[in-house]
Design a protein around this ligand. Structure first.
Ligand code: NI
Length: 194
């Protein structure tokens, strides 16, 4: 396993539509090594998730994990998940996206170093795809996990959170720490960084 360099905003790899992984190639040493490296890179950087384009591989793979933090006993974390060729289907009305159907939270990104911004997304999504062994996945996430899986899947379509953020909410980390009130950083009882 190896920690890989994380592409930063401006790198064209972050703006391409990533390629589907042919299921027959999922078991290959190269793809399995890539997944191991993504896990190690995400954990090393304290990210909530990472997508393959962020480590310079234009493939439709993401990994997600938020370890339960005793500081936020109401938030159970997000189970460790490897998602290959994911499809995301909002389970709420989206046009227009009503307030009760949305989750609004400050997001950050390992590829947009040092910036946070408020993003509104559908609150509940169905997620389908494959795990790293090629088994079918089909589950529903709501709240913070739903926002995270949408953020990671956006990466596979060349979309960064800054494209969806309220532009007037964008803030550097120093100013975020200084000026964003704590209640605005907390969503469903958790403060999520990356
Ligand atoms: Ni990101």
């Amino acid at each position: 396993m190896a920690i890989r360099k994380i592409a930063q905003m401006g790198d064209p790899v972050l703006r391409r539509r990533a390629e589907e992984v042919p299921p027959a190639e999922l078991a290959s040493a190269a793809i399995q090594r890539l997944i191991d490296d993504m896990i190690e890179t995400m954990r090393d950087a304290d990210g909530a998730g990472i997508a393959a384009p962020q480590v310079n591989e234009s493939l439709r793979i993401s990994v997600i994990e938020v370890v339960r933090n005793p500081r936020y006993p109401d938030f159970p974390g997000i189970p460790f998940t490897v998602l290959v060729n994911p499809l995301i289907e909002p389970l709420v009305g989206t046009s227009p996206l009503a307030e009760r159907d949305s989750i609004v939270m400050y997001e950050g990104c390992l590829s947009v170093n040092g910036i946070r911004g408020r993003v509104r997304r559908p609150r509940k999504v169905r997620v389908r795809g494959l795990d790293r062994e090629g088994h079918a996945l089909d589950f529903t996430w709501e709240g913070v996990p739903a926002a995270v899986v949408q953020h990671e899947t956006d990466h596979l379509d060349g979309i960064l959170f800054v494209d969806r953020a309220d532009p007037r909410s964008l803030t550097f980390l120093r100013e975020y720490d200084r000026y964003v009130p704590r209640e605005l950083r907390l969503v469903d009882g958790v403060e999520l960084v990356d």
